[in-house]
Write a protein that binds this ligand. Structure first.
Ligand code: GYE
Length: 621
């Protein structure tokens, strides 16, 4: 009891200091008994002026209230980077356990956030900082939101022709630029649509109303308006009402409540709004997982957005917050695994099977031996079995529309595991769980730039590609070449697919050796298995892998670690196959009626000899 009293006194003293020092902050913690506070979470909000941020802050508070052992300290940067830096410094001085930050100026805040990340976990919200120096990023996909708005505006233009006024936010706002990119990507496909763009720096209702009133003489030619948020949509609507114009408007954010987007659609003030979830609830949920060292916290959670129109607004409102009771029945999951081509794949299958067992989920497993035809057959079998969820690890990223439409019509949600697909409409799958492949390719090339100098001779690279048309191969190639293209003294001189297999990698090197004098400085392999095959071929030819030629690959398997430790390879970029726990959590969330994010992105480290030595023992794959 003495300890508790002491702890209670220390915490009360702590709060006293806080109260004195946090002039610009709110200490938000209900009258929770302090001796139970295990964690203090600092929240650095960019501002509390924008309604969207107020909703975000309220969601954070509401979710935090569900946990008795946490306390929040919330700061308002009032749209000032200097103040946000001071706020974060102050929060650190008060000993917070985790920082949730919505950066005002992403570029300015990236180094600060990176520093904090060296000390405590950091969750970045709604505006992604550069790089990956944070624990978790949660935010919307603004380009998708813009594309959805473009698709909706087409519904408002008879014959897909007319003049559209786009009211965008600040040119310094990344979210506004992304929304424009997605929107214009749709409307520019229709030459009969004329796009006029006006910028409202403040992105506020009143400034938008004034702008429309000033432009009253030009409104006669406008057939539809797209506003980058619902406050601007409301301002435009108020101006049109004063001027007696009836021009359909589309907004973004989609909150409930008077004068918010969904309510404006409901009362016909605007034609549609695209929801832009704040992630406040997810931030607290994941903060608790991070603080309690729960495994499987992803690197990025990209939230899903919805079109809310006059046709579906009532159904949308009815579905809000609908969570069916936790599914007491056994969940049946049809799992179409693409093959057994690599150590990564075997570890991936084992992780998913083990997690399903632990979760009490009935997993119906079908291996496709890298055949898309067999995967399509498996999906149809799952549909016939009326499973609850289908998990698909697609061997290639095209050719899925028909069978996924069949699954959709059968009411069976599809989760993509570890590989993506390219489809026109993104409602053919519920979420994608996997890595950021282009970033893996960039990291491989960054390692080459740091470790293979080109000052005395140009650098020749052989690329061992993964399965042609598979998203990890396409993504890694694109990311690698994005960095390579900035350095003209580095060249890919030979590139072929080894289909992610040991034999495939070995055969490419043997083939190259049969037709060329060996003059290669680096081998970049899209996965470790092909790198290991290349190593075998090099050794058979008397060439020292890792010495005569540097080798960098992707996956992070223990076999790759062993090769690196022996000096036969030099670097592997981790791409975790251990997706089982996250996948089962997503399935259970889905079955309890929760909406899943659009994408759940995992992250990995870069392993060279020192890191491989430290991590080999106990390596799970
Ligand atoms: O890199 C490779 C496997 O889809 C990310 O597929 C996965 C890739 C992985 O064959 O080893």
């Amino acid at each position: 009891m003495k300890n508790r009293l002491f702890i209670g006194a220390v915490i009360l003293l702590f709060i006293g200091i806080l109260a004195a020092g946090l002039a610009s902050c709110d200490i938000y913690s209900e009258d929770k008994e302090f001796e139970k506070i295990d964690y203090v979470i600092g929240v650095s909000q960019a501002n509390m002026r924008e309604s969207w941020r107020l909703v975000s802050t309220n969601e954070i508070k509401e979710e935090a209230d569900k946990y008795s052992d946490i306390s929040l300290i919330i700061t308002d940067a009032t749209s000032s980077t200097e103040k946000q830096k001071k706020d974060i410094q102050k929060l650190l001085e008060y000993g917070i356990d985790l920082l949730i930050v919505s950066p005002w100026d992403v570029k300015e805040m990236t180094p600060i956030i990176s520093e904090v990340y060296q000390k405590i976990p950091v969750i970045v919200m709604d505006r992604a900082v550069e790089g990956y120096d944070y624990t978790l990023y949660i935010g919307p996909d603004n380009e998708t939101i813009g594309r959805q708005a473009g698709e909706e505006i087409l519904q408002l233009l008879p014959g897909k022709a007319g003049t559209v006024l786009e009211l965008s936010g600040s040119e310094y706002s990344q979210s506004s630029m992304d929304r424009s990119k997605g929107f214009q990507g749709v409307v520019e496909e229709y030459p009969q649509i004329v796009l006029i763009q006006n910028r409202v720096e403040s992105a506020t209702r009143d400034d938008t109303e004034e702008l429309i009133l000033r432009q009253k003489d030009a409104l006669g030619e406008i057939d539809a308006i797209f506003a980058h948020n619902d406050y601007m949509a409301r301002g435009a609507s108020m101006a049109l009402q004063q001027l007696g114009y009836h021009i359909p408007i589309i907004g973004i954010d989609g909150f409930i409540g008077e004068n918010n987007g969904v309510s404006m659609v409901q009362n016909d003030t605007i034609a549609a709004t695209i929801t832009c979830p704040t992630g406040g609830k997810e931030a607290i949920q994941n903060a608790m997982d991070i603080l309690n060292h729960v495994s499987g916290v992803p690197k990025q959670i990209i939230l899903r957005s919805h079109k809310v129109t006059t046709k579906n607004v009532e159904a949308y409102i009815d579905n809000l917050g609908q969570t069916t009771l936790p599914n007491e029945d056994i969940i049946d999951v049809g799992y179409s695994q693409l093959g057994t081509e690599s150590a990564w794949r075997l570890a991936n299958t084992a992780s998913i099977k083990e997690a399903a067992r632990d979760a009490g989920i009935n997993l119906i497993y079908e291996d496709a031996d890298q055949s898309q035809e067999k995967q399509i057959e498996a999906i149809r079998k799952f549909i016939d079995l009326k499973v609850d969820v289908i998990v698909l690890s697609p061997v290639v990223d095209t050719g899925w529309e028909i069978v996924l439409q069949e699954a959709k019509e059968a009411g069976i949600p599809v989760i993509l595991s570890d590989r993506k697909i390219s489809v026109e409409v993104d409602d053919l799958f519920t979420t994608y769980l996997g890595a950021d492949f282009p970033e893996e390719g960039r990291n491989a090339m960054r390692w080459i730039l740091e470790n293979v100098p080109s000052d005395t001779k140009e650098v020749s690279i052989i690329e061992l590609q993964g399965t042609l048309g598979a998203s990890p191969a396409t993504g890694r190639k694109n990311g690698f070449e994005e960095i390579l293209s900035q350095h003209p003294s580095y060249h890919i001189v030979y590139s072929k697919t080894g289909n992610f297999t040991f034999e495939g990698g070995k055969e490419i090197i043997e083939e190259y050796l049969s037709g060329h004098e060996w003059d290669i400085d680096v081998i970049f392999a899209h996965n470790d298995d092909m790198a290991l095959g290349a190593i075998k071929a090099l050794e058979d030819s008397g060439i020292k892998p890792g010495v005569d030629v540097k080798i960098v690959s992707v996956d992070g398997t223990k076999e790759a670690f062993q090769a690196i430790i022996k000096g036969k390879s030099n670097c592997t970029v981790e791409c975790t196959p251990l997706l089982g726990p996250q996948l089962m959590k997503a399935i259970k969330d889905l079955m309890s009626g929760k909406e899943l994010p659009l994408r759940i992105i995992t992250a990995g480290k870069i392993y060279t000899k020192e890191e491989a030595l430290k991590s080999l023992k106990g390596r799970k794959y």
